[in-house]
Design a protein around this ligand. Structure first.
Ligand code: ATP
Length: 330
């Protein structure tokens, strides 16, 4: 009879026929038979998910997990990552609550992103679109990026028309308004006020059809929200995007350069690090553009590398990939 082996049980098996597959099982030989003792141990535990993406992969679909992978690969941005995971968890729990006919609070997902240039606001906004599409909050999840000049017109009625047209384009996705505080620049009489009014009306009337993200410098955005008291309650999610430190910027440069299938030589890395320390400590440099500064510098280095390498007859893979210190032009 070939019954199942219970834990703590002793079972005789023919040594040629069976080898113990359970690592917790100990065997002792006796002539032609092997005695297998299954020791009382709990079965091995499934590995706990370590990352947001792993968690999402277990509880939701692969498409959504891939978006969280993309978010997780970004350097830093802990506050943005935590908020995105909260939104996901809430939506996911609402799906489960719905199954049990429990009450679901309607959520508003309009957001304010505060931070300096190049701190990842647009990049995260794109990811918000993808998450909301995967979760069924938005039908398309695309991003329409606009600024004051796109919204504000030059004569009465022009602004409302321009703003409505852009909102229409953003339907099913994200309307991302960069430097949104500039809409309040000219005060009550300015057409910027008309754009804000038109926008808030659309957010009321079509609140589930698009998500509006206002972005800009922290101080300016805080002042903008203060002088428009109707706005903060319409934008319940506010995220700070902090400046990157030199280590973050070096990790971002590795990410950017590896994505493009290049590498930085040791000397190039040293040169880049020194330059980042210098510009970050320059008291006369305002508007340091964080990760965008790094991206622009690396794209310039790739062009300089091409001009240097184009002279080489049949360059090797290493030559084609390696950015040297001399390629970084400051
Ligand atoms: N945390 C990060 N990890 C990797 N790359 C990043 C990160 N943050 C920004 N980048 C890269 O830096 C560039 C600029 O980022 P992004 O446009 O998102 O910044 P921003 O805050 O929207 O800037 P701005 O306010 O000037 O529009 C992009 O190419 C983006 O891929």
């Amino acid at each position: 009879m070939c019954g199942a082996i219970r834990r703590g049980q002793v079972k005789q098996v023919k040594s040629q026929q069976y080898a113990p597959s359970n690592p917790a099982a100990k065997t002792t030989e006796s002539s032609s038979h092997r005695i297998q003792v299954v020791i009382n141990q709990p079965p091995p535990k499934a590995k706990e998910p370590q990352t947001m993406a792993e968690n999402v992969r277990i509880t939701a679909n692969a498409g959504l997990a891939n978006v969280f992978d993309e978010l997780e690969r970004l350097i830093g941005l802990q506050e943005a990552k935590r908020t995105m995971y909260e939104i996901y968890a809430l939506l996911r729990m609402n799906q489960e609550r719905e199954k049990h006919k429990l009450r679901i609070e309607k959520q508003v997902y309009h957001m304010v992103f505060k931070g300096n240039p190049g701190t990842g606001k647009t990049t995260v906004a794109r990811i918000v679109g993808k998450i909301c599409k995967e979760m069924g909050i938005l039908s398309k999840g695309h991003l329409i990026e606009v600024e004051r000049a796109d919204l504000v017109g030059e004569f009465i009625g022009h602004t409302a028309q321009k703003t409505r047209d852009l909102i229409k384009k953003a339907m099913g996705g994200i309307l991302f308004i960069d430097e949104a505080y500039s809409l309040a620049r000219g005060g009550e009489k300015d057409f910027g006020k008309e754009a804000i009014d038109c926008l808030t009306k659309a957010m009321e009337d079509q609140k589930t059809e698009f998500i509006c993200i206002l972005a800009g410098y922290t101080d300016e955005m805080e002042e903008f929200l203060q002088i428009n008291p109707g706005l903060p309650s319409r934008f319940p999610i506010q995220i700070h995007f902090h400046d990157y430190n030199v280590d973050d910027l070096m990790r971002i440069s590795d990410l950017i350069i590896n994505e493009k299938e290049y590498t930085l030589s040791e000397a190039a890395r040293d040169k880049l690090r020194h330059q980042l320390i210098r510009v970050k400590n320059d008291p006369f440099l305002f508007n340091f553009s964080n990760a965008r500064y790094v991206r622009n510098m690396l794209e310039q280095a790739i062009r300089t590398h091409a001009v240097r390498t184009v002279k080489v007859h049949e360059p090797t893979v290493e030559q084609l990939m390696t950015i040297k210190a001399e390629d970084l032009v400051f």
